[in-house]
Design a protein around this ligand. Structure first.
Ligand SMILES: [Zn+2]
Ligand SMILES: [Zn+2]
Length: 340
């Protein structure tokens, strides 16, 4: 089978390897699609290091083609599934506390991480989430990023009829927008790119603000009867993205720091603002099994439309070009597709 191995920063090669052997508690999945997420881009650029060599890819959809003989559930071959490629040990404090996204062992060498850039993957039965034929494999490959948004919005308790400010209108900003609308929020999006703002409006944002041309806080105040947003999500690591966020919140406002930062990680925060206005700043990382299942259900209900976020479908031959394309500001998701 084909697999794409990152051997060092900037070096990815397609290799021919054996189909992985199946443990009795695992299922073998024929991968159909795998999205190229920010993590893959940063592994490729060298900004994020796990280890080399590594097979990237964690936004996977596929079909079960073999079920291990010790799998207890009724998973069958031919079942379409979304795959959660972050393994969770199930044994550490966080796993047992309903916070498996913080599993202490999720990057340990014994647990395979990522691996979606492969034609076949063997995973624990608990890592696959079946879905009905209502959505395509391409759409199902968005389950993981949608699940991260579900988690992020739960962290700031987005609720009915609130105003949410989403900073950044890339793929993650636009998915946050859609999930937040399902949760009953009215969403304002801020991004310096006019095309992205247009897309945000098409996908249901009530207003789109260009922070290079407009004063974000003033615009948000105007749109919310002077109150400010109840909550904000920061999906862009650009240093300018944070400017105006604190001023855009109403009293008791909550901020989710969704993006990861590479170099500039210091937030400048007015502690008295947090104190006097009961402002809450919270981080979010990954997703739990519940978030993953909810994301897949939202997609299959048709509540979230990811089709406008598919910019390009690539094959193995185009993988390097595809990653670079994903890194450019002009694309949303670039998705690897495995042929028959
Ligand atoms: Zn992802
Ligand atoms: Zn664990």
């Amino acid at each position: 089978m084909k697999t794409a191995v990152l051997t060092d920063a900037g070096k990815i090669e397609v290799r021919e390897v054996e189909v992985p052997a199946l443990k009795p508690t695992e299922v073998l999945v024929k991968v159909k699609n795998c999205g190229i997420c920010t993590l893959e881009q940063r592994l490729y650029s060298g900004e994020v290091k796990i280890r080399y060599p590594i097979v990237p890819g964690h936004e996977v959809s596929g079909e079960i083609i073999k079920v291990g003989n010790e799998v207890i559930s009724k998973l069958k071959t031919g079942t379409p599934v979304a795959v959660d490629l972050v393994m969770r040990c199930g044994e550490c404090y966080y796993c047992r506390n309903g916070q498996s996204n913080m599993c202490e062992n999720r990057f340990s060498d014994e647990l395979h991480v990522l691996g979606g850039f492969s034609e076949y993957i063997a995973v624990r039965a608990s890592q696959v989430y079946p879905f009905s034929g209502d959505i395509s494999f391409r759409e199902a490959s968005f389950t993981e990023p949608v699940a991260c948004c579900v988690r992020s919005l739960k962290r700031i308790n987005v609720s009915l009829a609130e105003d949410l400010l989403v900073i950044g209108a890339g793929t993650m900003g636009l998915l946050h927008l859609q999930v937040a609308r399902v949760m009953g929020a009215r969403v304002i999006v801020s991004d310096p790119d006019a095309k992205r703002l247009e897309k945000a409006l098409e996908l249901g944002a009530v207003a789109a603000i260009n922070p290079e041309k407009q004063d974000v806080a003033r615009e948000v105040a105007r749109l919310t009867d002077g109150k400010g947003a109840n909550a904000a999500v920061v999906t862009s690591a650009a240093t300018t993205a944070l400017s105006g966020v604190f001023e855009s919140l109403c009293k008791t406002g909550r901020i989710s720091i969704y993006t990861s930062y590479c170099d500039d990680r210091q937030l400048s925060i007015d502690a008295n603002n947090l104190h006097r206005n009961e402002i809450m700043v919270i981080g979010t990382e990954g997703r739990t099994e519940q978030d993953f299942q909810q994301a897949l259900r939202l997609l299959s209900f048709g509540f979230i439309d990811v089709k406008p976020l598919i910019s390009r479908i690539i094959t193995y031959d185009e993988i390097e070009e595809g990653i670079r394309d994903a890194m450019s500001g002009d694309t949303y998701r670039v998705i690897l597709e495995h042929g028959e």
